[in-house]
Design a binder for this molecule. Structure first.
Ligand SMILES: [Zn+2]
Length: 183
């Protein structure tokens, strides 16, 4: 199977502002395909990826959200299948903010608390060429903000005000072990 490398910080491509997609042609479809390959092969359980992370400075993000349930089996997060959003634009941010731990495929193994608006409204073009407007909250709102930042050369680490809260190591092995246990 084809291998697609995920660029790690401090690769300068990660700091470039990405260009808008003008036409969804074969080249763009290949970029999305390669993003899919990279995301699915990622060691850590990556939820999303932005095109610059595979070295393509174009405004595309690829997102998926796994279903999550609480202890009682109640659905707390609906699953969102792997979806490419082209030229995503966040049009509204809620005043309410929330702090959550984030990680990034370009910072393998690091996690840290980032404060972001809780809810967003965003627009993007889907692979079929349709412009869609969406509201997002919870994990999806978080992921879209993180990935759109990538398109502007912003990394989650820039948003962590207290760098002492950034953790590395341990967590990842635990997550992996849990994942393997489930299989
Ligand atoms: Zn990232």
């Amino acid at each position: 199977m084809k291998k697609v490398e995920i660029l790690a910080s401090p690769n300068p491509i990660l700091r470039k502002k990405s260009k808008e997609v003008e036409k969804i042609d074969e080249k763009i479809k290949t970029v999305i395909e390669n993003m899919t390959i990279a995301l699915e092969a990622s060691e850590i359980e990556g939820l999303a990826i932005a095109a610059p992370q595979i070295g393509e400075s174009v405004r595309i993000i690829l997102v998926r959200v796994n279903e999550a349930r609480d202890k009682d089996g109640k659905l707390i997060q609906k699953a969102i299948p792997l979806t490419a959003f082209i030229n995503p634009v966040i049009t509204k941010l809620s005043k309410d903010k929330v702090i959550l731990d984030e990680g990034c495929l370009s910072y393998p193994g690091y996690f840290g608390p980032v404060e972001r608006p809780k809810k967003i409204r965003f627009e993007a073009i889907t692979i079929g060429g349709k412009r869609e407007k969406m509201n997002a909250s919870g994990l999806l709102a978080r992921i879209v903000q993180h990935e759109v930042d990538h398109l502007d050369g912003i990394l989650f680490i820039d948003l962590i005000t207290d760098k002492s809260k950034l953790t590395k190591g341990g967590d990842i092995d635990v997550r992996k072990a849990e994942r393997n246990k489930k299989r």
